[in-house]
Design a protein around this ligand. Structure first.
Ligand code: CO8
Length: 259
């Protein structure tokens, strides 16, 4: 069904692998269209409880938007191109289920922007992050100016975008861009899955509302405190809340359903 993605589903975890390794998994239009479909499917599929996005091959998560494609843009379609990519990344950011990027190499330009749209980023030690668009006479167009600033603060975000410097996985972790760093190889998926599995033992109804409330902090016109209060009261109406409390009283592990 997909030509630029490999999809696998196991134990409630959908893994989306960006699969253009010869182009370092550069995000071309076809890949972005397919990614949008895969993300929408993951929202609708009740068997999917969480999502991992990673890149094929040992070298790259994604080395950015496909430079060959963007070289043909004009001012009119460039705006559409940026907005449609932003829409896909917003779908990921606002996903009701947890989405983790397993960053297995270069995460540059649009690739870094994709990783930042995910809720968490686990990096292998060979990962490199950067927003090198200014080298091409461009700026980030898939939300990078906003999300990088949110994640690492204005000064460092400006530095990375203006110098186009790539940073290591360790530096990314120190800045709060990566949540954890592991040895390259199998450990990356093992660690990413173990973090996701831990999240999946919590109440899905609560996780969804945590995502909504945190995102509200960054959305214009949203009162994050109100979104949090609504989310909190929404949780109290769920079966998960009753289950969580009775499991605590009974000194047993809760069995959440997300209802
Ligand atoms: N697009 C297309 N092809 C790419 C890309 C890319 N972003 N990155 C690498 N490739 C291709 C190379 O052309 C090469 O192909 P070929 O073998 O056919 O020549 C292959 O992948 C391997 O790459 P390299 O030989 O360059 O590998 P190296 O190990 O020497 O270098 C680097 C790896 C450092 C990652 C290098 O490939 C590089 O600098 N890539 C470009 C990184 C970059 O500038 N990314 C930002 C792109 S712009 C962007 O993302 C904007 C996003 C917002 C768009 C908004 C819409 C308007």
């Amino acid at each position: 069904m997909y030509e630029t993605l490999i999809i696998s589903k196991e134990d409630g975890i959908l893994t989306i692998t960006l699969n253009r390794p010869d182009a370092l998994n550069a995000l071309n239009i076809q890949l972005l269209d397919e990614l949008k479909m895969a993300i929408q499917d993951s929202m609708d599929d009740p068997e999917v409880k969480g999502v991992i996005i990673t890149g094929a091959g040992p070298k790259a998560f994604a080395a950015g938007a496909d430079i060959k494609e963007i070289s043909d843009l004009n001012e009119l379609n460039a705006r559409k191109f940026a907005e449609s990519g932003q829409e896909i990344f917003q779908l990921i950011e606002n996903h009701t289920k947890p989405v983790i990027a397993a960053v297995n190499g270069f995460a540059l330009g649009g690739g870094c922007e994709l990783a930042m749209a995910c809720h968490l980023r686990i990096a292998s030690s060979n990962a490199r992050f950067g927003q090198p668009e200014a080298n091409l006479g461009l700026i980030p167009g898939y939300g990078g100016t906003q999300r990088l600033t949110q994640l690492i603060g204005k000064g460092k975000a400006l530095e990375l975008m203006m110098t186009c410097d790539m940073i290591s996985a360790q530096q990314a972790m120190q800045l709060g861009l990566a949540n954890a760093v592991v040895e390259e190889g199998d450990e990356l998926m093992e660690k990413t899955k173990s973090i996701l599995q831990k999240i999946l033992t919590k109440s899905p109804a609560a996780i969804e509302r945590i995502i909504q409330s945190v995102n509200a902090h960054f959305e214009n016109g949203q009162d994050g405190y109100q979104v949090e209060a609504n989310g909190f009261s929404g949780c109290v109406g769920t079966e998960d809340f009753r289950e969580g409390v009775s499991a605590f009283m009974d000194k047993r592990s809760p069995n959440f359903t997300g209802n």
